[in-house]
Design a protein around this ligand. Structure first.
Ligand code: SAH
Ligand code: SF4
Ligand code: F3S
Length: 443
């Protein structure tokens, strides 16, 4: 019988990758994806725990699903509510305590258990939060459909334990998938029409995977993996995210120089420009080390675009610490960045620190930082006007004969063409800029 399912994804790309895998698991069971949750037989929230706001959003969404479930019950039908992802891992049965309508709670390494859970009748809620990461990857079916670009998780978890961050607790210890499994997954995606892959990991540049299980001593770094994957015919572009400054090796920088499929774009979160705060955060580098990496990157790959993440208002951040952050932003010049207000997360070491910064001070600092980052992004985009850029066309645009793609630097680029260009790499002369999108003509 036809069954409908709904899935909402919060958080990072790894969660989006996982949500695609959940869909691949459900489709052979007869489930059809629905855009709206109201009439679904199964509603899934794939959640994020990184900041308080993200977790709270989930609880208000469960409340909404609960109402739909009650309506369905009145009509003699059921809706199974499944909470997956990092909040599921962190809060487990608390979620069911807060809302009795939740049927299934699955941590990020337990999605593959969904098929067996759903095939049995269950009378009480099911909670699974083991760290079976290897089993998880081995149980995902091959995808049968994909677009022009795709994510591929190559690593899970994190051993860095930055004092503000929940990831080591929600995703467990760092684990690198083996090279041949990744190669097989990318090859399959390319055979389905994928032209660009983004390799995912919370610490992706610390990737250290076995070649296969027969060769436990033959370990591949991220650089070596990129070089190996670039041999796949038809794969045009490789990206990776997120890198940690402490793991930025010369080997990876050299791979950028030598591998034309590796895009000249690097997301390298610094978080703060103050050495005192970086130490308190347990980030394992100083601002001087970060600046050295930037210098090296730019000397070897002059056109590389750099982006970053920032946290403002970490406990103990004073005016001079914030000034250090602004100084580093002004000296590096980023092509785009994310910045967040520090959110105290229960269970992390920083949660226990005295947190007495006034909210209006933090807001002011965030505004100043974001203004500068937006200006830098605008300046970076403006410098692209007049250039001939390589663009991978991903989809049709809103206007007639319009196509949208991405530049090497991930900027959205709009062009007009009568010919269907989806999946093609084209040269575009950039003519103008509207907010953060570029517009150009085929050159
Ligand atoms: N592994 C990556 C980042 C993963 S989380 C790295 O180390 O850079 C993505 C971003 O969320 C982080 O870079 C950080 O800027 C932000 N973040 C994480 N925990 C946070 C918290 N408690 N409060 C505010 N922002 C946070
Ligand atoms: Fe979190 Fe730090 Fe690990 Fe990034 S490196 S996921 S911020 S603990
Ligand atoms: Fe959020 Fe978990 Fe990703 S906490 S940022 S979904 S690893």
């Amino acid at each position: 019988m036809k069954k409908l399912f709904y899935i909402k994804t919060y958080g990072c790309q790894m969660n989006f990758y996982d949500s695609e895998k959940i869909q691949d698991l459900l489709k052979p069971m007869g489930y059809i994806l629905s855009k709206e949750p109201e009439n679904c037989d199964l509603a899934i929230l794939n959640t994020c725990h990184i900041r308080e706001k993200a977790s709270e959003k989930m609880y208000s969404d469960i409340g909404r699903l609960s109402k739909y479930k009650k309506n369905k019950k009145l009509a003699g039908e059921n809706m199974i509510i499944a909470i997956c992802g990092c909040v599921a891992q962190a809060e487990g049965k608390e979620i069911i305590k807060r809302n009795k309508d939740v049927d299934i709670v699955l941590g990020p390494h337990n999605y593959h258990k969904l098929t067996s859970i759903l095939s049995k009748k269950f009378t009480r809620p099911v909670i699974k939060n083991e760290f079976d990461v290897e089993e998880k990857f081995n149980s995902f079916p091959k995808p049968s459909f994909s677009g022009v670009t795709a994510f591929v998780s190559i690593q899970e978890g994190c051993d860095k334990f930055c004092t503000f961050c929940v990831v080591p607790y929600t995703r467990g210890a760092e684990y690198s998938r083996n090279v041949l499994d990744i190669f097989g997954e990318v090859k399959n995606l390319v055979s389905l029409g994928v032209k660009e892959i983004t390799l995912l990991g919370q610490n992706v540049n610390a990737y250290n995977g076995k070649f296969d299980f027969q060769n436990p001593k033959n370990l591949y770094s991220l650089a070596k993996l990129c070089s190996f994957l670039s041999e796949i015919k038809g794969l045009e572009r490789i990206r990776y995210i997120t890198s940690h400054p402490a793991d930025m090796t010369d080997e990876l920088i050299l791979e950028h120089q030598n591998n034309s499929k590796l895009m000249p774009y690097l997301h390298l979160p610094i978080q703060s420009g103050s050495n005192k705060i970086l130490k308190e955060m347990n980030r394992r580098y100083t601002k001087e080390v970060y600046l050295k990496i930037v210098e090296k990157l730019r000397s070897k790959i002059p056109n590389i675009a750099l982006t970053s993440d920032f946290i403002v208002g970490f406990p103990g951040e004073n005016k001079s610490d914030f000034d250090d952050t602004m100084d580093i932003v002004k000296s590096v010049k980023f092509a785009g960045s994310y910045s967040f207000k520090y959110s105290p997360r229960p269970g992390t070491p920083a949660f226990l620190k005295k947190f007495d910064l006034e909210d209006n001070i933090i807001n002011d600092r965030l505004n100043i930082l974001q203004k500068e980052l937006n200006l830098q992004q605008k300046q970076f985009n403006e410098k692209c006007i007049g250039l001939d850029m390589e663009v991978l066309i991903e989809k049709i645009g809103k206007k007639r004969n319009q196509f949208v793609g991405r530049s090497e630097y991930l900027q959205p680029v709009h062009i007009i063409s009568r010919e269907d260009l989806i999946g093609k790499l084209v040269k575009v002369k950039i003519k103008s800029l509207t907010s953060f999108s570029l517009h150009g003509k085929l050159s």
